[in-house]
Design a protein around this ligand. Structure first.
Ligand SMILES: O=C1O[C@H](COP(=O)(O)O)[C@@H](O)[C@H](O)[C@H]1O
Length: 245
């Protein structure tokens, strides 16, 4: 079973990131209050860093960050420390200042630390199965102007891979061409899925993903839902293709 999408509109990107950050702190604290050690999947792109920075800038002490486990929904297959990696951009936004335990921050191995893209994706999937089996409390996802989420691109054959948690993606239409992505199956196991989208260049993708009957082959963002909640955190420009109500 999966949850119908809910839309939260905010006047600008900062407000959307701030509201999502406050809700993330609340969700992680609630999971800890229920006795769980929460698992969260982060995202790259423009909003991926905006929410990390907003968490750091806002009140975040109600979460015991030492028991939070962090994954990425996708990663660009680049060496550790490369400024185009999602984890590096998240670190620069403040992820490495939250008090997470390094052994609970699961980074995708790049070409400096794996024999091949395929090996990196397989290892990431095994790591996830071994450590909590990817039962995410919250999965954060940015959305590209083409409707892609994580590194699942429209009409890209990588979408077809079943029976895997993490997959190698080659020929990505957005650089860099090689990436590791979680699959629809892995993303859809989350309790909550949150889309974070800002900017009028995303309005068409947002409207297409939320259109009833949208096909994930054409609009991958339409193919991910949380088991308990699916929330779209939007700024007004990104929401401008949706009906006002
Ligand atoms: O390449 C990627 O793009 C998406 C969206 O990025 P944006 O800059 O257009 O917001 C991102 O969510 C994904 O994690 C990343 O690898």
């Amino acid at each position: 079973m999966s949850a119908e999408p809910q839309v939260r509109r905010h006047p600008d990107k900062q407000a959307a990131a701030g509201a999502a950050a406050a809700a993330l702190v609340e969700a992680l604290a609630a999971a800890q209050a229920e006795g769980r050690e929460p698992q969260v999947a982060l995202t790259g792109g423009s909003m991926g860093s905006a929410i990390v920075q907003a968490v750091l800038d806002g009140p975040h002490d109600q979460v015991d960050w030492s028991t939070v486990t962090v994954w990425w929904g996708d990663e660009r297959y680049l060496p550790a420390g490369d400024p185009d990696r999602n984890d590096v951009q998240n670190d620069e936004a403040g992820l490495d200042r939250l008090g997470l335990r390094p052994e609970r921050v699961h980074r995708v191995a790049g070409p400096d630390a794996s024999a091949s893209l395929e090996e990196s994706a397989t290892a990431y999937g095994h790591e996830m199965r071994a450590d909590g089996s990817g039962e995410f409390d919250v999965v954060l996802l940015g959305v590209g102007p083409d409707g892609h989420v994580a590194s699942l691109f429209p009409q890209h054959p990588a979408q077809r891979v079943g029976d895997a948690v993490a997959i190698p993606v080659t020929d990505s239409p957005k650089p860099p061409p090689e990436r590791v992505s979680l699959t629809f199956e892995a993303l859809n196991r989350a309790r909550q899925v949150w889309f974070l989208v800002a900017g009028d260049d995303k309005a068409e993708a947002v409207a297409a993903a939320l259109r009833p009957g949208a096909d994930r082959w054409d609009v991958p963002a339409a193919g991910v839902r949380g088991r308990l909640a699916t929330t779209w955190w939007l700024d007004e420009p990104a929401a401008s293709g949706l009906p006002q109500d």
